[in-house]
Ligand binder design. Structure first.
Ligand code: ZN
Length: 443
């Protein structure tokens, strides 16, 4: 080999967003993920020149289609990257929707990036130069999400590097469980929720039924701010069950998001990758995401018409943290109505409108106007698409031999440091939390 293989950490190091890891082996330069920074403190890095000449990168591998993993691609391509972008087939479809939706990205740059996508099914080995090969394995985080296994070198000299990407939870209704690997020399593991254990999932349906029934009895409406990918489909699946089992009354339900509507179609087109029970439903011609009373809303006129509908409506709309999107006009319309409920089903980052409401504000400014909050505010926390502390450690425990090194990434600084410390002291693993820009030789 020309030089020792190395990995350079170019994002999501001691923070959550901006995942980008450069593996350099022999003559091949491979970038694993190419994400945007979304945390305000780090956003300036989105505008700095990429630390490595984009034209010198041979290939990009994407773990999944969230913007903090694929959102930098249009810039990388505009600045000279011309190689293939390998990802699973659903990631190619969802990333296209995500990139074209992102206001921060020029449409022509997004299209140029999408043209380079090379969909690869789970489990298939691809060659990236003489000495490097890669394969994708289900991560169970969102549809199409993957763990990436890189093999560098050959025979007894070969080293494997396992990237967790974003790791999902076991036994979620929509997706299959994260794939377990029993061997790896190096592991790059996320740690978003490395500091907590999630409450058990089965409480979700009961909580949703309680919130909807109580709101309907008061004659109010339910507004659910939701991410368009995975969370919206997850909610639809739960609502369908509640409607069909008559645990909630027949109401008018709306998915008020063109993006969630498009992504729901991608789910329906990939029955083979869903949880077996859902694959079966789709094979029998029934969609797990459609039920009587539900309307997918595309145009903004149809969206505004929901404001004037009599009776109880249940509206799922983005953005998930209320920092944009159609949920804002629904909030403006109903947040002062004491009969209505705002139901939060996802993480609310600091500085977002969602966080302000969750934290108990009595009035808020929405679309340039002040509104007093009289609607009820409810929170369901069990829907996270990330493994918790137990899940993350359990996934690592599947390795039969301790890896040479574990790199903890994709978490707030305190969590990354704490999780690495936990691996060192409680599990006797060689673990570290790499710094931004740090290069590590894979010996
Ligand atoms: Zn993700």
């Amino acid at each position: 080999m020309a030089h020792e293989p190395s990995i350079t950490f170019l994002g999501a190091t001691r923070n959550v967003t901006g995942s980008r890891f450069l593996v350099h082996a022999d003559t091949a330069k491979v970038l694993v993920d190419c994400g945007l920074y979304q945390e305000r403190d780090f956003a300036a890095r989105n505008w700095e020149p990429f630390p490595v000449e984009p034209a010198s990168i041979d290939a990009v591998l994407l773990t999944h289609a969230h913007l903090d993993h694929c959102g930098y691609l249009p810039r990388l391509v505009r600045d000279g990257f011309q190689g293939p972008i390998y990802c699973t087939p659903p990631t190619a479809e969802i990333a296209q929707i995500v990139l074209e939706d992102s206001a921060r990205i020029q449409m022509e740059d997004a299209r140029a990036a999408v043209d380079l996508f090379e969909p690869v099914p789970y489990g298939e080995m691809i060659k990236l130069g003489r000495q490097v090969s890669a394969s994708f394995h289900d991560a169970g985080h969102i549809l199409g999400s993957a763990l990436i296994r890189l093999v560098i070198g050959r025979g007894s000299e070969a080293r494997t590097v396992l990237f967790s990407g974003d790791l999902g939870r076991e036994a979620t209704p929509l997706l299959r469980n994260p794939h377990l690997h029993d061997a790896a020399d190096y592991v790059v593991i996320e740690s978003t929720y490395g500091d907590r254990t999630h409450p058990p999932r089965p409480e979700v349906a009961g909580e949703m039924a309680r919130v909807i029934n109580q709101t309907a009895e008061r004659g109010g409406s339910v507004l659910i701010p939701s991410f368009a990918i995975e969370r919206a489909q997850d909610l639809l699946f739960e609502l369908k069950n509640l409607v069909e089992q008559r645990l909630i009354p027949p109401l008018k339900f709306f998915v008020d998001s063109p993006m969630a509507t498009d992504v729901t179609r991608v789910f329906e087109g990939h029955a083979e990758l869903l949880d077996p029970a859902l694959s079966q439903m789709l094979a029998e011609g029934d969609s797990p995401f459609r039920f009587p009373g539900l309307t997918f809303v595309r145009t903004s006129d149809d969206s505004k018409a929901i404001n004037h509908m009599p009776g109880t409506v249940v509206v799922i709309a983005g953005a998930g943290m209320c920092n944009g999107g159609r949920i804002k006009h629904h909030l403006a319309n109903r947040i002062s109505d004491p009969r209505s409920t705002v139901l939060f089903v996802g993480y609310q980052a600091k500085g977002t409108l969602g966080r302000t409401i969750v934290d108990g504000a009595t009035n808020v400014r929405i679309l340039g106007q002040d509104h007093e909050i009289h609607a009820r505010v409810e929170i369901i926390q069990s829907l996270s698409a990330h493994a918790d502390r137990v899940g993350l450690a359990g996934w690592l425990d599947a390795l039969k031999h301790p890896p040479r090194k574990v790199f903890v990434v994709h978490g707030d600084e305190s969590i990354v440091l704490d999780f690495a410390e936990h691996f060192r002291t409680d599990r006797e693993l060689d673990a570290e939390a790499p710094q931004y820009g740090q290069q590590v030789t894979l010996t």
